[in-house]
Design a protein around this ligand. Structure first.
Ligand code: SF4
Length: 670
């Protein structure tokens, strides 16, 4: 094993302990299972049963149902009986927070219980507590006493268990000792796991969820390493990004977190948490898993002994600054206009630039592409100030005049390797080199890379395993202290928009999570894409492809927290505890706040879990009773029991009171 994975340079599933959940095998080499969670009140037996069946028919292999108290836990028997009566044997999982007595009832009924170690034996008061080592040992003993009855029941009834840590709901005890960190998440689960193992109970699955894909990836990796170091074996892992939101953003965030881990062979079952009906989560899970069903190991990727970065802690690769790429600049976005027969001012509207003919000015959106690759085309109009052109070297060379009319250098050449060696001239500012990852970084290439001024690599991979292959080359660059900025050029030939979203999110996201990217350049062939639905919106790819690619690129950068261009929504997927229509409310809040770039707003269904799980949101809108909402600033309650009719207006007022509100303005003029 290498650090946290069987291999860092070839696809291989991690060896995990097999766990049986009803008739279903999890881990131990079984296929990656997909699952979801119901959203109706658990006391509404028929609605919960019917929703469960819709999910099962969509392909869900486990169904999770919340059991907030003993009453709901008892009703799981009616739900289970009805599901079985209707001919479905799918295992049922009870979701438990705060209520060990509900867990102990549910464990006698369903095939698996999920407990949250952050709140199973602890109440959350957001307090810092100083513990001596002795105090801490006593705390662990207290947890043991609270947890042991459940273990005994699970052993007796053959019930499996997930120890499901959430980044947002770490106990005050863990936060005080380890901080709000992947290490804290790992220890939170390990405390419970050690107790279970000491009782010779091993039917355990673990999870380390966060709404931040970077944190969640680091936590899972660290958990794998910790289990391997301590037990010499690894329990199966349930993978997911929590409170991912809805639509494209929810899919992209989930694909980055889940996909990054699956690329490394980590993950035995997945859930995509979307603020949508749960049956819609299943096709997304299936699209993600499909990438790994017959995934090849990847040939020709050189082994690596030692990696020059920490996979457990985000740090961006140090690169030199070239123009506005690399260094401390956020990753750039390149729009590919190579196949566009004629580029007009209107064409640029699809990538964030709007031309106003009356004022002869450009309006620049927050998500406007930084570079356009035009192949051999040059423009017959002046470009917006922030937009630069990458064109083929010969065209750049022929153009002679390398400055725009305003005198600013706007066109930069793209070389292939042999052109770079034989070039008559280079741009004094910036030169792009298109480099296949299969190029050997020979001493000749190495010295050429050093010789060319302002070089930026545009890396692409034709390997069956492009993520590991590209990462391997990045490791090589780092080991050679070559700090040239790198733009990832990622091509996709998937035929649906949904699969394209996942492909781009995984292949760019997996490198962004390890801090290895200074820009992304997404490429597809719009003619091959079938029309498909993404959260109710139909993309006609042929017409809107540039817009789709541009939005996807900016959404990936935002989800990876490397470039913020819009408001971020952390919305829970809803469950039987939810106190309002989350989908409708999220849409309403989004419609009035989507211009507040950089602000993180949480929309959570219940007061029991919501405040804890809204993670690092700046403001929170949390259901606190039927028709009532509590508004938060960070973790602090600002307005209690607000009528839900006026709660969105009150949220806006709260933003105004905190100087976080700005009136919607479409864009900036230049
Ligand atoms: S925050 Fe949302 S998903 Fe979590 S328990 Fe509350 S209502 Fe359910």
């Amino acid at each position: 094993m290498q650090l946290y994975s069987n291999s860092l340079t070839g696809y291989e599933r991690l060896n995990t302990v097999p766990v049986t959940v009803g008739d279903l095998l999890l881990g131990g080499g079984a296929p990656i299972r997909v699952q979801t969670m119901t959203t109706f009140d658990t006391m509404d037996t028929i609605k919960t049963v019917e929703q469960s069946i819709r999910c099962i028919e969509a392909g869900s292999e486990l169904i999770r149902i919340t059991a907030p108290s003993k009453t709901e836990a008892e009703n799981l028997l009616n739900i289970k009986n009805e599901i079985r009566k209707r001919g479905f044997t799918t295992p049922i999982v009870a979701d438990i927070h705060f209520t060990p007595n509900a867990a102990e009832i549910a464990a006698r009924i369903v095939e698996k219980v999920r407990v949250n170690p952050g709140n199973y034996a602890d109440k959350k008061k957001f307090e810092f507590i100083e513990y001596s080592d002795q105090d801490y040992v006593e705390e662990i003993e207290r947890i043991r006493d609270r947890f042991l009855p459940l273990i005994k029941i699970c052993k007796e009834y053959g019930t499996a268990m997930r120890i499901g840590t959430n980044h947002g709901s770490l106990s005050d005890r863990i936060m005080s000792r380890y901080g709000d960190s992947p290490m804290g998440m790992v220890e939170s689960a390990m405390e419970f796991l050690r107790i279970a193992r000491s009782e010779n109970y091993h039917q355990i699955v673990l999870s380390m969820k966060s709404s931040n894909p970077l944190v969640m990836v680091e936590a899972y990796r660290l958990l794998v390493k910790t289990m391997q170091d301590e037990f010499k074996l690894i329990y199966p892992l349930h993978i997911g990004v929590t409170e991912a939101g809805d639509g494209e953003d929810g899919r992209i965030k989930s694909a980055i977190g889940i996909g990054t881990l699956l690329e490394d062979g980590i993950g035995d079952t997945i859930r995509v948490s979307l603020t949508e009906d749960p049956e819609f989560e299943i096709p997304v899970c299936q699209d993600i898993v499909a990438r790994y069903i017959s995934k090849k190991k990847g040939s020709g990727i050189l082994p690596v002994e030692k990696i020059p970065y920490s996979p457990f802690e985000y740090k961006r690769r140090k690169t030199r600054t070239v123009h506005n790429i690399g260094g401390t600049h956020p990753p750039v976005v390149v729009a590919d206009f190579m196949h566009e027969s004629h580029i007009t001012r209107e064409s640029l509207q699809r990538i964030g630039y709007e031309y106003d003919a009356i004022t002869d000015k450009w309006k620049i959106g927050d998500a406007a592409a930084d570079y356009l690759y035009t192949g051999d085309k040059i423009f017959d109009f002046d470009l917006p100030g922030t937009c630069n052109i990458i064109c083929n070297y010969e065209t750049w060379e022929k153009r002679g005049e390398k400055k725009s009319i305003a005198g600013e250098e706007k066109y930069f050449p793209l070389f292939f390797r042999d052109q770079l060696e034989k070039a008559h001239s280079w741009s004094p500012t910036m030169n792009f080199l298109s480099l296949n990852t299969n190029e050997t970084i020979s001493p000749e290439l190495f010295s050429l890379l050093e010789k060319v001024p302002g070089l930026v690599l545009c890396l692409y991979s034709n390997n069956e395993n492009p993520v590991l292959d590209t990462r391997r080359l990045m490791i090589e660059l780092m080991n050679r202290n070559l700090d040239i900025p790198v733009i990832l050029a990622i091509e996709c030939s998937e035929i649906t928009i949904d699969r394209q979203l996942i492909h781009f999110a995984v292949e760019a996201g997996a490198l962004l999570v390890d801090g290895m990217t200074d820009g992304i350049w997404l490429i597809n062939d719009p003619k091959k894409i079938m029309q498909s639905q993404v959260s109710g919106r139909t993309y006609l790819a042929a017409n809107n492809n540039h817009q789709f690619l541009n939005n996807t690129a900016f959404s990936i950068l935002q989800a990876a927290r490397t470039r913020i261009s819009k408001t971020e929504y952390i919305s829970c997927p809803s469950c039987g505890r939810t106190l309002f229509d989350l989908q409708e409310t999220t849409a309403k809040i989004r419609s009035v706040t989507s211009h507040l770039k950089g602000l993180k707003i949480a929309i959570m269904g219940c007061i029991v879990n919501g405040p804890g799980e809204m993670a690092d949101a700046d403001f929170g809108y949390v259901g606190s009773g039927p028709g009532k909402v509590t508004l938060y600033k960070g973790k602090e309650v600002m307005k209690r029991a607000v009528n839900s009719e006026t709660a969105v207006d009150e949220l806006i007022n709260l933003l105004k009171e905190n100087n976080e509100w700005i009136e919607p303005v479409a864009s900036v003029e230049v």
